[in-house]
Design a protein around this ligand. Structure first.
Ligand code: GUN
Length: 296
């Protein structure tokens, strides 16, 4: 059997087009959603992501600002930038790209972001709102993108056993919150696995929907997947490969080729979940803008 490939490119393009169409309608009234991205230091992967976020924002017709701060920026200076963006009326959403240099307390920085502008959905207020099913919650872009992929690909979550491998605050935990909520793209029975889970392969094999977000290249093998299951690979890992021009290639947390022989549907890496993340960030910026307008 060969799995159906869940291509993130057309799905993400559709969401980006929907956001752009909404932005265009507001432009008629002279109003424009604005997104700012703050990056501290020179982490190469972060540089790539931040550039892509700014470009996508401009392509959607939004106002975009990228704040580049040096590796030696102090926590107080970063907090001052956060405060400035909290007050800036042209900015409806912003995020501070992670990871931060080790001399900065990331939790203090995230807690300083106005929850109304927290388009990453990492502030405790948004985590709480998501957990209680408040529709005004800003939802973390990666798990929100996974949920949209499932909905838009016609994969039924209602009553399904969803197994999430990885318990991060960015993916695993919010993914669980989204999938257990009542309604479309929810109503699943959710199990969250992590490094201390007993007999992880057996738990994975019980999944109708397996979401893998643990950051270990090609960790999930074919014997860990039930025939016909949907496999969502959130991993993005660089592995050395001398045959490639750059000396590395990008692989997910799932051994793609053998798992695709067993699964019913699978996301590729790259071109799967990664494409959805930026689309959902734009969607979140539009939501933050609309909610701010509703309060004005
Ligand atoms: N680093 C990796 N993923 C993310 C994300 O979704 N948001 C931010 N701010 N940093 C990240």
């Amino acid at each position: 059997m060969s799995a159906r490939i869940l291509d993130g490119v057309p799905l993400a393009d559709a969401i980006r087009a929907e956001v752009a169409a909404a932005v265009k309608r507001y432009a008629g009234d002279g109003r424009k959603p604005g997104l700012a991205v703050v990056i501290v230091g020179e982490n190469p992967a972060s540089q790539v992501y931040v550039k892509a976020k700014g470009k996508a924002c401009e392509e959607a017709g939004m106002h975009s600002e990228t704040v580049r701060l040096s590796e030696r920026t102090t926590e107080a200076e970063l907090l001052a930038t956060v405060e400035r963006l909290n007050r800036d009326p042209a900015i409806h959403g912003f995020l501070v790209q992670l990871p931060l240099p080790s001399h900065i307390n990331g939790e203090r920085v995230l807690n300083a972001i106005d929850p109304a502008k927290d388009v990453d959905g990492f502030h405790p207020v948004n985590v709480g709102r998501l957990s209680i099913g408040d529709p005004t919650a800003l939802r973390p872009a990666t798990p929100f993108g996974v949920q949209q992929m499932l909905i838009r690909s016609g994969i039924e979550t209602r009553g399904a056993h969803a197994v999430i491998v990885g318990r991060s605050n960015i993916v695993g935990k919010p993914m669980a919150s989204l999938l257990i909520q009542p309604g479309t793209g929810g109503d699943a029975t959710v199990t969250v696995c992590h490094s201390k889970t007993r007999d992880l392969p057996a738990v994975c094999r019980s999944a109708d929907i397996l979401v893998v977000a643990m950051g270990k290249p090609e960790f999930v093998t074919a014997d860990m997947v039930r025939p016909g299951a949907t496999v969502i690979d959130v991993g993005i890992n660089r592995v050395d490969d001398a045959s490639q021009p750059k000396g590395y290639r990008i692989v997910g947390d799932v051994a793609y080729a053998p798992v695709a022989e067993v699964a019913g549907a699978i996301t590729p890496v790259p071109g799967g979940v990664g494409r959805m993340t930026i689309a959902m960030l734009l969607q979140n910026t539009l939501q933050a803008f609309q909610q701010a307008a509703g309060r004005a």
